[in-house]
Design a protein around this ligand. Structure first.
Ligand SMILES: [Mg+2]
Length: 261
């Protein structure tokens, strides 16, 4: 990997999240959840059985084993269906759960409106990298189908988006966090960890967010280095604004004792 020459201050590298930032994803997971509840609801009263909470608990408990993505979701749904129905679920209904996962994996990629223009506008002034987590096979297929792969100098498919992962990516670029900005919909995965490192962030909320991704601890002082935009049309302006602030602050500013890190 080439190190990026550091000739000036300001944001040099912009990272883009993919799921629910560049293309739809959570919509399909929400539909899968609804289908799961229709299947299990034939056996138990969903609220009484706390079906939703039990599935979420099983999914979260399995993340460390299965990682993120559709296949892990399907295995967790099968496990939850067996538990919630006290092992009464029919094989035919387990087969329907497998079919949900196959339909999701085959679903065509739906790129969100304005994405290509926004990414091109940012790429005119910055190096850009795609940083997405989840199942490698499925993410690679989505990147390929999205028609956006040519825009990105580099694509990182990682198993978890935490501060250590972002630090590793930045180390490979030879870039300090103060010169990096991440764009994404998840406060937990795209925003909080990079702010913690001393980087910048643009939050683009999606209309749906998995409960697991909503939890994030962002100190008030760190919010000075983030912007929130309604959609990607406003992204180039938000990056320009943060870039100007980063340039004024200098390359080491967030680590220089202002209490951000
Ligand atoms: Mg996302």
């Amino acid at each position: 990997m080439h190190a990026i020459p550091q000739l000036e201050a300001g944001i040099r590298l912009v990272g883009f999240d993919a799921d629910d930032a560049l293309w739809r994803s959570e919509d399909y997971f929400a539909a899968a959840q609804a289908e799961f509840e229709r299947i299990v609801g034939a056996y138990v009263e969903l609220d009484d059985a706390r079906a939703r909470q039990r599935l979420l608990a099983i999914e979260r408990g399995n993340l460390a084993l299965f990682g993120y993505g559709v296949k892990g979701m399907a295995l967790s749904m099968i496990e939850a269906a067996v538990e919630i129905t006290a092992q009464r679920i029919a094989a035919a209904d387990l087969h329907r759960i497998v079919a949900i996962a196959k339909d999701m994996l085959r679903h065509p990629v739906e790129v969100l409106p304005g994405v290509r223009a926004a990414v091109e506008a940012v790429a005119a002034d910055h190096d850009i990298v795609l940083i997405t987590k989840g199942d490698l096979f499925h993410q690679e297929a989505k990147v390929r189908q999205s028609g956006l792969a040519d825009l990105f100098g580099r694509i990182e498919i990682v198993s978890e988006k935490d501060a250590a992962t972002y630090q590793r990516v930045l180390d490979e670029f030879g870039l300090p966090p103060a010169r990096f900005c991440m764009v994404g919909n998840s406060l937990r995965s795209d925003i909080a960890p990079v702010l913690r490192l001393g980087a910048w962030a643009v939050h683009v909320p999606y209309h749906l967010t998995w409960e697991h991704e909503r939890e994030a601890d962002i100190a008030p002082a760190m919010r000075a280095r983030m912007r929130e935009v309604e959609d990607l049309h406003a992204l180039p302006g938000a990056i320009r604004e943060l870039d100007a602030r980063a340039a004024a602050a200098g390359p080491d500013a967030p680590r220089a004792g202002n209490g951000y890190v």
